[in-house]
Design a binder for this molecule. Structure first.
Ligand code: DX5
Ligand code: ZN
Length: 217
């Protein structure tokens, strides 16, 4: 069953509480939180204090996507707060095993995120140590960008290898996801679809979420 993870980046930040309630009622499976530091990506969002409040309030699992240059400084704290999923970027961290262990020791599902230009083969050596992989289908930093189709191939390669060595590995796709590309993303082996502007850009969140699940190739 595909899981839909709306990205709060495209929600109305003045009315976050209401937006979280609405998206939960609309059938979201996971809440995707984009942390940006103005360094790894050319944009800033929110950090630990906001995540802490959201975790206390939300009724569905929280997925923190760290688009930051020093992800290690966040990991222990996110673990203490029982965040459900945390990913950091392959391009930002030199000590992948150490950081995965920090997360997994506190019961967090640990993932690595890959920019569009980073070959998926770069994570093959650690594939058995991962709970999930986040494949970026735009260059991270902003919501509302156009989907980059080269990810289909990356998902297919990753799914093939994961089926042999780590069948529980979840593949998450993030960026420019909509009801046109969703069927192919699912058929290639995606488990979690992140969608920001496609969901929050419409008045009917429920209909948007449903349309991502509906159409199969
Ligand atoms: C982009 C973020 C995404 C973003 C997706 O840097 O990681 O999670 O919110 O937004 P859309 O779906 O609008 O591309
Ligand atoms: Zn994201």
């Amino acid at each position: 069953m595909i899981k839909i993870a709306p990205s709060l980046l495209s929600a109305d930040f003045i009315r976050l509480e209401e937006e979280i309630c609405k998206i939960q009622d609309a059938g979201a499976d996971i809440l995707h939180l984009d942390v940006m530091d103005g360094h790894f990506v050319p944009n800033l969002t929110f950090g630990l204090p906001v995540i802490k409040q959201i975790k206390k309030f939300a009724k569905i699992p929280i997925d923190v996507h760290l688009m930051v240059s020093n992800p290690d400084v966040y990991l222990e704290t996110l673990g203490k707060w029982n965040i459900d999923y945390v990913s950091f970027h392959q391009e930002a961290e030199n000590h992948i095993h150490r950081q995965l262990k920090v997360l997994q020791d506190s019961g967090v599902k640990a993932g690595i995120a890959l920019n569009p230009a980073t070959p998926v083969e770069t994570i093959f050596p650690v594939i058995s140590d991962l709970d999930f992989v986040l494949i970026m289908s735009v260059n991270p930093g902003f919501g509302g960008q156009s989907f980059i189709p080269l990810v289909y191939d990356k998902i297919e390669k990753l799914r093939k290898l994961a089926d042999q060595v780590n069948p529980d590995l979840e593949i998450e796709v993030d960026g420019g996801v909509n009801n046109i590309n969703a069927p192919k993303l699912i058929s290639k082996g995606s488990d979690i679809l992140v969608a920001g502007s496609f969901v929050f850009g419409s008045a009917d969140y429920k209909n948007q979420i449903q349309s991502l699940r509906d159409n199969h190739v």
